[in-house]
Design a protein around this ligand. Structure first.
Ligand code: CO8
Length: 263
């Protein structure tokens, strides 16, 4: 499938999507969002893809938000449709059955920060900045930011970011828990790929079960969450990867997971 606003490639089971509108700091316009959505559908249907990496084209930006030239023209109904569409696509990203790593190379603002909040692991360049500056436009975050950020960093910290619209550096994003790790700009992609390869070598069923257990458990009470975990654990028990993992341990060799959902 042809893409012009993103670069989409797959290598050794690792998919990469690069947001590719560097002249507009990779702002999310309607076309880019549609391409992103299609690429996520392709990934969800491809058994061979085991990890997804997201990053931005150019030196400066991951994604500097929704495209303000489009936003400026919306009326209320168009704004709601745009927000709902963005939420649906970012929801699709969060629900992807494989792990997603954001390699945040620069600005992750507004909708760009909201993309990051739906990823499983966030690696940032020392040059990255994060923020929800919509308040400066007379708006509020519309792609899930008011919901995911408080769940991630707590409501007071989230409100400070949302009410002030301030951008925070990668070092602060690390401290408050938005970023997992921070790297020198030139090391970001290499380190991201290293982790992607490490994860890609694990069992596909257990990775899927682990992601679902965390994602589905996070918004429910502990007892319900533990039931979700027990079901996910049970699912792993019947997988070939579990046979391989436990047998390899007992035979004192390294497990070789096939990474397939088929029995
Ligand atoms: N949309 C469109 N164009 C953009 C955007 C954007 N979000 N961000 C940057 N650009 C463009 C600039 O207009 C400029 O274009 P040109 O060269 O044609 O003038 C080019 O990118 C380079 O930008 P700057 O010259 O401004 O670069 P600086 O390094 O000086 O500044 C900043 C970088 C600080 C990132 C600055 O560009 C900026 O503040 N950008 C806007 C950030 C922002 O406010 N993002 C939030 C947008 S709103 C949003 O994401 C809401 C999501 C939910 C939507 C649901 C709603 C219905």
């Amino acid at each position: 499938m042809d893409y012009t606003n993103i670069i989409f490639k797959v290598e050794d089971g690792i998919a990469t999507i690069i947001f590719n509108r560097p002249k507009a700091l990779n702002a999310l316009n309607d076309e880019l969002l549609m391409e992103f959505s299609r690429a996520l559908d392709e990934i969800a249907c491809d058994e061979n893809i085991r990890v997804l990496i997201l990053s931005g084209a150019g030196e400066k930006s991951f994604v500097a938000g929704a495209d303000i030239t489009e936003l400026a023209k919306f009326n209320s109904l168009e704004g709601k449709t745009f927000a709902k569409n963005g939420q649906r696509i970012i929801g699709k990203l969060q629900e992807l059955p494989i792990p997603v790593i954001a390699a945040v190379n620069g600005f992750a603002l507004g909708g760009g920060c909201e993309v990051v909040l739906a990823c499983d692991i966030v690696y940032a360049s020392e040059k990255a900045t994060f923020g929800l500056p919509e308040i400066n436009l007379g708006l509020i975050p519309g792609f899930g930011g008011t919901q995911r950020l408080p769940r991630l960093i707590g409501s007071n910290m989230a409100k400070e970011m949302i009410f002030t619209g301030k951008m925070i550096p990668a070092s602060e994003a690390l401290v408050i828990g938005i970023a997992n790790r921070v790297f020198a700009p030139e090391a970001l992609i290499e380190e991201t790929i290293k982790t992607a390869r490490l994860i890609a070598a694990k069992g596909k069923v257990s990775l899927r079960a682990a992601k679902q257990a965390v994602n589905n458990g996070i918004n429910v009470d502990l007892v319900t969450g533990c039931c979700i975990e027990a079901d996910a654990f049970a699912l792993c028990m019947s997988s070939k990867d579990k046979n391989e993992g436990t047998t390899a341990f007992l035979e004192k060799r390294k497990a070789v997971f096939k990474g397939t959902l088929k029995d």
